[in-house]
Design a protein around this ligand. Sequence first.
Ligand code: GUN
Length: 281
Amino acid sequence: MAIIIDGKEIAKKTREKIKEKVLLYREKGIIPTLAVVLVGDNRASMSYVNSKHKACLENEINSIKIELNENTTEEQLIEKIEQLNNDKNIHGILVQLPLPKHINSEIILQKISPNKDVDGFHPINVGNLSVGNAKLIPCTPLGILSLIKSTGEIIEGKNALVIGRSNIVGKPVANLLLQENATVTIAHSKTKNLEQFIENADIIVSCVGIAHFITGENNFKSSAVIIDVGNNYKNDKLVGDVDFDNVKDKVAYISPVPGGVGPMTITMLMQNTLTALEIEK
Ligand code: GUN
């Protein structure tokens, strides 16, 4: 039976440290502040934004929710972002995705000041990550790295397999693992013989978004560390990319869904808010 990587517990401990730091800033009269912009009434987005807001308040971070209606124009949204960029009391800015179809997300993400970009999605931050000089790194990949490190296993020299190549998770997590001197393979929907990569992997990060994509039929190294980033529904039940029950006895460490990567993402958002505060502007 694998050791279960308890994301809830690791997130709790990390949040305690974040809160201590926040309180120190508050004593100095600095109130760490995050602005979250939500456009429209996408239910999932509303729920994510509320969770972010709640976590910030629990940890004494000032969270400002800016809710704009579905008909907001690209120009109006840019104007709002520029106002937040210029506000010295706001340290981090996050524009919740997806945006309504009439707004070009790429244009919007480029308008957020790179120094306040707590998502790490601005091309400057993406570029800094790829040259190994990043300050603001996307939250989910940061959380994943933290979970891998929590095992105490050495990453350097290991075969890391990232399954999925999204800009939000797959590509940045691959870059982070490369910086940790892992030998990184990125697999995706066109990869042939995925089984062969799984068999040779010491670390597997699955972010394909397909329920139970990785099954007990796959062959794993018994020493493997599995991080499941999946957030899928199967028969109305939240499940990961990994068939947890049938894989857990075949590997050394595995993160569950729920209770693995999920709690780490918002934790890293709060950490990034402090990082943004500390960046010399
Ligand atoms: N929508 C789903 N995940 C995310 C995220 O990490 N950041 C933003 N801005 N929007 C999202």
